[in-house]
Design a protein around this ligand. Structure first.
Ligand code: GRF
Length: 216
């Protein structure tokens, strides 16, 4: 049986789209079973609908407090038989209660090579720091924001003349490969979490890559 994914979004939904596209492959071990947005105008909702996936808009302001909103999300996810919750541009901090409930069944994609640049404005901060590599990270969610066992990372070079937008575009292309890969590894039962480290079975080590300084 396929791993049932619940995807939480707030906006554009390009990572949701990457997951939907990956799930079209009959050999992919997961399927997107439910999409929840905290915003009624999230563009990603139309992507789900176009793919025939049920959607739900759960607005925080319709609930007494954050735990009540999260409890509504949890019941919807559980009623849909969700085995893995994927945050994909979900722009709300989750409480410890939600994170604990979904422990090791809740993953996120973040646009930096964590633990570098947690939080917002990651691309501008990477350029300002002069790093040679930037990228994205798919990780299990823990209580501390943008912290948790790393499943997949993808790196891109920072190029001369990069702006936060050009760098974001380069990273986003990799996000769309990294997120489905992480889900595939989990769906195939190849990820074992031990403390803060996620071990992956049967992966060959990649060759090292060195980036020259941007102005050479
Ligand atoms: C992505 O850059 C993701 O890494 C971050 O939020 C953005 C969401 O983009 N968490 P999209 O909605 O998936 O297009």
């Amino acid at each position: 049986m396929k791993l049932r994914l619940g995807v939480l979004i707030s906006g554009r939904g390009s990572n949701l789209q990457a997951l939907i596209d990956a799930c079209r492959d009959p050999g992919f071990p997961a399927e997107v079973a439910l999409v929840i947005s905290n915003k009624a105008d999230a563009a990603g909702l139309a992507r789900a609908t176009a793919a025939g996936i049920p959607t739900l808009v759960l607005k925080p302001k319709d609930y007494a407090d954050k735990p009540a909103h999260e409890a509504a999300m949890t019941s919807a996810l559980e009623n849909a038989g969700i085995g893995l919750v994927c945050l994909a541009g979900f722009m709300r901090l989750l409480t410890g209660g939600f994170v604990t409930h979904w422990h090791d069944r809740l993953i996120n994609i973040h646009p930096s090579l964590l633990p570098a640049f947690p939080g917002i404005d990651t691309h501008a901060r990477a350029i300002a720091a002069g790093v040679r590599f930037h990228g994205c990270t798919v990780h299990y969610v823990r209580e501390v924001m943008d912290e948790g066992p790393i499943i997949v990372q993808a790196a891109v070079p920072v190029l001369p003349g990069d702006t936060p937008d050009t760098l974001a575009d380069r990273v986003l292309v990799q996000e769309h490969t990294a997120y489905p890969l992480a889900v595939r590894l989990i769906g195939e039962g190849r990820v074992r979490v031990e403390g803060m480290v996620a071990h992956i079975e049967g992966l060959r080590a990649p060759a090292p890559v060195i980036c020259p300084p941007p102005n050479s």
